[in-house]
Design a protein around this ligand. Structure first.
Ligand code: NAD
Ligand code: 6OD
Length: 484
């Protein structure tokens, strides 16, 4: 059986015990994962500290950028192997992993290598009222050792997005990938070796959250900052753990994202776009729309079109190139999603599509599939409309006025993403600017120039990463003022 090891100080290391890595498409165990204990987490942190002092923290920006380009090149050389590992771990369709996850992993290293080379800060020549001149400028310094904790939905994409920017700023990293999807973090260690990243710069510790590698990392006094993507309540637990050492945190958390569809939209483009926004990655993207508000004039027609799209998705083996919808990540997560299907019934929803476990008559029946699902008829106060489900499911509700749609969309404690679908450009700008969300798309979804800010408001997160916003989180700004 394949072993997935920790990576500490440039060496692959077994753990204190092993846990199973399961393929969500058929429930089979595909690997044994080495679980790190507190001592190994400490070894990883100390290795990262040594690497910081030895070389990485002192490399010139140009040299650091060159190494990160080598990582991007090495990811591309191992493209097929990374795609296969990601598909087996997550159950996502191979077409998605090939188009999104692995290309983005390489792009993350290139973008932050590019950015760090041109991220000069302002310098001001200044003068006091009594005529003393000074030159005032700031420099970036690494924060130190960054703890990176990531979820299972886009494992390599989200991990590299944080690791690339942390390393670009001269930090070293200890990463704790999700226990559900450990493979690509360890494969990235092989990539780092191939790219000659010095030992200790990138370390991987496998395990779980509370009382395991995740918590050991967040509590460790020699970890200087924590960057985390995952559930809002996990963010709250990590914040508490990080508080005792006053560590900076960057949090990308859950969402209950709204889409607003106006009658003047491009109907076909919007139906396609919304089908993607609701069902991509089996609805397991933090940016997926779980609340869809449609102008009453087109409500019935649009609902019918979305239903047709949902029912035409090909629920297949993730490794099949024609599959566009795979399983949920785990039996436990499927239980959660199914409990919301049950709750929707109890809350009085009308089922439009799906709502069941599909039957295949083959080994996929041992996997964790559910059907793409659409509901209508719930009150805005229903739990299914308020709480993040993180599955292939949306509730569609009608609206009559723009102001009403904006108010309903913003009636949430979350605030990660929103989308607005209209051919009226002024309305697009007007509505987008009123959304309580970190990002609002107009007539598109999940598109983003990697230099722009990403993050959420409210329960959806703290801070922004992306472009210079990442560089600001991952560096200490040292302000220097020289009397002239
Ligand atoms: P999760 O919070 O359960 O786990 C995420 C990671 O945190 C895992 O590695 C886990 O082991 C670790 N962890 C759990 N408890 C911990 C603790 N007490 N201390 C330290 N580490 C701990 O999330 P998940 O189920 O893996 O992912 C799904 C969630 O992630 C959804 O809520 C989704 O919206 C969110 N998400 C957000 C974004 C974003 O960019 N905002 C992106 C992807 C996913
Ligand atoms: O676009 C990104 O960079 C990003 N972090 C996407 C997150 C998706 C969440 O599932």
């Amino acid at each position: 059986m394949k072993q997935i090891l920790n990576y500490i100080d440039g060496c692959f290391a077994p753990g204190i015990r092993q846990f199973a890595d399961v393929n969500p498409a058929d429930g089979t165990v595909i690997a044994h994962v080495a679980e790190a204990d507190a001592r190994q987490v400490d070894e990883a942190v100390q290795a990262a500290r040594r690497a910081l002092a030895a070389e990485w923290g002192h490399l010139s920006v140009r040299e650091r950028a060159q190494r990160l380009y080598k990582v991007a090149d090495a990811i591309e050389r191992r493209f097929d192997c990374l795609v296969q590992a990601e598909v087996a771990d997550t159950g996502k369709p191979i077409s998605l992993a090939s188009k999104l996850d692995v290309p983005r992993a390489a792009a993350n290293f290139r973008v932050f290598a590019d950015l760090i080379k041109v991220s000069g800060l302002e310098a001001f020549q200044t003068q006091t009222p009594d005529g003393v001149n000074a030159l005032n400028y700031a420099i970036r310094k690494p924060l130190g050792v960054v703890g990176v904790i990531t979820p299972w939905n886009l494992p390599l994409l989200l991990l590299t997005w944080k690791v690339a920017s942390a390393l670009a700023c001269g930090n070293t990293a200890v990463v704790k990938p999700s226990e559900e999807t450990p493979a690509t973090a360890t494969l990235l260690a092989e990539v780092m070796q191939e790219a000659e990243i010095p030992k200790g710069v990138y370390n991987v510790v496998h395990g779980f959250g509370p009382d395991s590698a995740g918590e050991f990392l967040t509590r460790h006094p020699d970890v200087n900052a924590i960057t985390f993507t995952g559930e809002s309540k996990t963010g709250a637990a990590i914040m508490k753990a990080a508080a005792s050492n006053v560590k900076p945190v960057s949090f990308e958390l859950g969402g209950k994202n709204a889409a607003i569809v106006f009658a003047d939209c491009d109907f076909e483009q919007t139906a396609n776009g919304l089908s993607e926004a609701v069902f991509l990655n089996t609805g397991q993207v933090c940016l997926c729309a779980e609340r869809v508000y449609v102008e009453r004039k087109i409500f019935d027609r649009f609902l019918e079109a979305l239903k047709k799209k949902a029912e035409s998705l090909n629920l297949g083996w993730p490794t099949d190139a024609t599959t566009d919808f795979g399983p949920l990540i785990s039996a436990q997560h499927r239980e959660k999603v199914l409990s919301y299907f049950q709750l929707a019934k109890e809350e009085g929803a009308t089922l439009v599509a799906g709502g069941e476990i599909p039957e295949f008559g083959d080994a996929r029946d041992n996997g964790f599939y559910v059907q793409p699902t659409i509901y209508t008829g719930l009150l805005e106060s229903a739990r299914c409309v308020k709480e993040e489900i993180f599955g292939p499911v949306c509730h569609v509700a009608p609206f009559d006025w723009e102001e009403e749609a904006v108010a309903m969309a913003n009636e949430t404690k979350y605030g990660l993403a929103a989308s607005v679908w209209t051919n009226d450009l002024k309305r697009g700008h007007r509505v987008a600017q009123q959304m309580s969300a970190g990002i609002t798309w107009v007539n598109c979804w999940f598109l983003r120039d990697l230099r722009t800010p990403f993050g959420g408001v409210g329960l959806s997160g703290i801070g922004r990463e992306g472009g210079v916003h990442s560089l600001n989180f991952y560096s200490e700004l040292n302000n220097i003022c020289i009397r002239l």
